[in-house]
Design a protein around this ligand. Structure first.
Ligand code: 3PY
Ligand code: ZN
Length: 631
């Protein structure tokens, strides 16, 4: 899961709802600067009706079925769960409790990796919050809910115009009983590049106080120095450090000996010595075969004294088989998703795993009927996001050949299309594997996977072979991401970069092999606070500081959007993506107890200048907004 959408990001960055749009369409500012909330909302809905949502473009609003949301008794006491174990017994107590469990526990990734991998990370807080409390009440046996980090942080602001921190805090309130887990890209935090050490420290501290309990920390090259600061920061925050080894290659293949069983064992020992509470195995592409899972988990359990938590993607279709073998070997926790959001590039289905093992005594801890009910909700919600489906509708065992992380697959496909390689997708996939070999066989996960993808596109586009790179390399302009990686900006792969290739790629630039964080100036947060206070003209929170530090430009656009259109996270998802049908009326709860009733009356033809007037009723009163038709 991925590489997030970088392509799509870039694509959309130039478009629609961002600063450029607002700059190019000054006539939008005929409205008073401080519009009321109703007008802001009508402006957004009008905008969506006239111009569509970026990536979906203008289209008719489909008729969706009513959501099958399971009923729960909200007055009953909340069942206690793993969160209470952590709060009462601390991290060491939690680890002991986990080791004492007889059954394998489950992490539910539905709120993060599942939709990152299936729906381009587009699932909105509205749909998560709607099912959060039922999930907490119905699945209290979960080890954790993975609901933050990875690409969600960036996409929330960039495309959903939501604050990721608000999502976290609101979910925490509705789910007080299960551990909250996030994916942290080591020194890259939730970004695509290394950040200064003090940013990693602050980010972890702030996330911990906003509700994260388990931090799954990885490095995109399995480079220990890329993870140490993050692990230390998690421990200092009193939370659980799940240090992950990224699984690549195939330990069953004697020809892939760089990443053999011993390699993973040594890495695991090092992570244990670094202070990990839990060892994560992060199989981001879904390459871990069933027998390999058995051997790996078995050997790790013999080698280290930590609970083992296995994450994988079901791209090949072999996920449940792999998990069943990992369970045979005594794995402590596995990552699964609710079935309607599982399979393919997402995680294996929790109900499928349960049923596969039912009656053997090895079934994971799960109320399977409850999970099935929740799946009905997700089946209905998933339909809202149909425009973001990856298009991969069948098992894809080819993954074992090209090793592309699940979420990168559809993104790279888009990227290939964008550079005119639409008909050469097979060549790109093939080249991806060849570039990996050229680079010395590296781990491929955000952000290293993006570098391999960029190089593959570059070589196919320019009709270059490996031999050409060595022969003509001095006169070639390599993609920026490739140059940066070979400089050491995202760390070092095991065994280093191939020296001859590195010389060719870097030309006269210098490479370094120590931690990039060491070369970076710490961020002065006090200073930043003052600066943002002037810019935003309001109190600055630690969350603002983090948003700005991670993604300055995205955050600026997010703030502009929010000033202009207000808080659009309160809208239901069909309206958010498709606007309203003529005559349709919706209720929008803009804050607890305050509801707006919005009805679409009519839309004018465009004026000579291309403006349309969209007529609404807002709480029964006529209202209109002027929207530039950009078609
Ligand atoms: C991410 O970094 O977002 C991932 O999901 C990597 O697998
Ligand atoms: Zn994943």
């Amino acid at each position: 899961a991925f590489l997030e959408n970088v392509v799509q990001h870039e694509h959309f960055l130039n478009g629609e709802y961002n600063t450029s749009f607002i700059d190019d369409t000054p006539e939008l500012f005929v409205f008073p600067r401080r519009k009321d909330r109703g007008t802001k909302m009508l402006t957004f809905i009008g905008e969506t009706i006239v111009n569509g949502y970026p990536g979906l473009e203008q289209q008719k609003k489909p008729i969706f079925s009513a959501l099958r949301k399971p009923e729960v008794d909200e007055d009953a006491p909340m069942p206690s769960g793993s969160k209470q174990v952590l709060d009462e017994r601390g991290t060491d107590g939690l680890v002991k409790w986990l080791k004492d469990q007889e059954r394998t526990l489950l992490t539910d990734t539905t709120f993060r990796d599942a939709h990152q991998s299936l729906l381009a990370t587009r699932v909105r807080s509205h749909d998560l919050l709607n099912i959060a409390e039922p999930t907490a009440r119905m699945l209290p046996d979960l080890f954790s809910t993975e609901m933050w980090g990875g690409a969600t942080y960036d996409v929330a602001m960039r495309f959903l115009h939501e604050d990721p921190w608000e999502r976290l805090l609101n979910l925490r309130e509705k789910m007080p009983n299960v551990l909250f887990q996030m994916l942290l890209r080591g020194a890259n935090a939730v970004g695509y590049k290394n950040y200064p050490d003090n940013v990693i420290e602050e980010f972890v501290k702030t996330s911990a106080s906003a509700g994260i309990d388990v931090f799954r920390v990885f490095d995109s090259l399995n480079w220990l120095p890329g993870m140490t600061k993050a692990i230390e920061a998690v421990r200092n925050s009193g939370k659980l450090a799940e240090a992950a080894i990224c699984y690549t290659g195939d330990i069953l293949d004697p020809n892939r000996e760089k990443y053999n069983l011993n390699y993973y064992k040594e890495l695991a020992k090092t992570l244990e010595a670094e202070g990990a509470h839990i060892l994560g195995i992060k199989d981001m592409a879904g390459l871990l075969k069933p027998e390999a899972a058995y051997q790996l988990v078995n050997e790790l359990k013999e080698t280290i004294d930590l609970p083992v938590h296995l994450h994988m993607h079901d791209t090949s279709g072999n996920g449940v088989f792999t998990y069943a073998r990992a369970i045979d070997a005594g794995v402590d926790v596995v990552d699964t998703a609710i079935s309607a959001m599982a399979g393919s590039t997402s995680q294996p289905s929790m109900e499928s795993l349960y049923y596969a093992l039912k009656g053997t005594g090895k079934e994971p801890a799960l109320n399977v009927e409850a999970a099935s009910k929740l799946s009905g909700y997700w089946e209905d919600v998933r339909a809202y996001y149909q425009g973001f489906e990856s298009g991969l509708i069948a098992p894809h065992p080819e993954i074992y050949e090209h090793e592309m992380p699940g979420g990168q697959y559809s993104n790279l496909q888009q990227q290939a299309k964008a550079v005119g390689l639409k008909g050469q997708w097979d060549d790109v996939k093939d080249m991806y594997a060849r570039v990996n070999t050229l680079f010395g066989d590296i781990v491929k996960v955000t952000p290293s996977s993006k570098v391999v993808g960029d190089m593959a596109l570059y070589m196919v586009k320019n009709d270059l072979t490996e031999a050409d790179i060595f022969e003509q390399g001095n006169s070639l302009d390599f993609p920026e991401s490739v140059v940066e990686m070979f400089q050491g900006e995202i760390g070092q792969p095991p065994g280093g970069f191939p020296p001859e290739l590195q010389r060719i790629i870097l030309k006269n630039r210098e490479a370094y092999t120590d931690r990039p964080g060491k070369h970076m100036e710490p961020v002065d947060f006090e200073d930043l606070k003052t600066k943002l206070f002037t810019e935003l003209d309001r109190q600055v929170t630690s969350h603002d500081l983090m948003n700005h530090t991670m993604y300055p430009k995205v955050y600026e656009e997010y703030e502009q959007f929010r000033n202009y259109f207000g808080d659009v996270s309160v809208l239901d998802t069909p309206t958010f993506f498709y606007g309203l049908r003529l005559g349709e009326e919706i209720e929008v709860e803009i804050e607890p107890g305050k509801t707006l009733i919005v009805k679409l009356i009519s839309i004018s033809k465009p004026s000579d200048a291309g403006d349309r007037i969209v007529y609404f009723e807002l709480n029964g009163q006529p209202r209109e907004v002027i929207i530039k038709d950009r078609s």
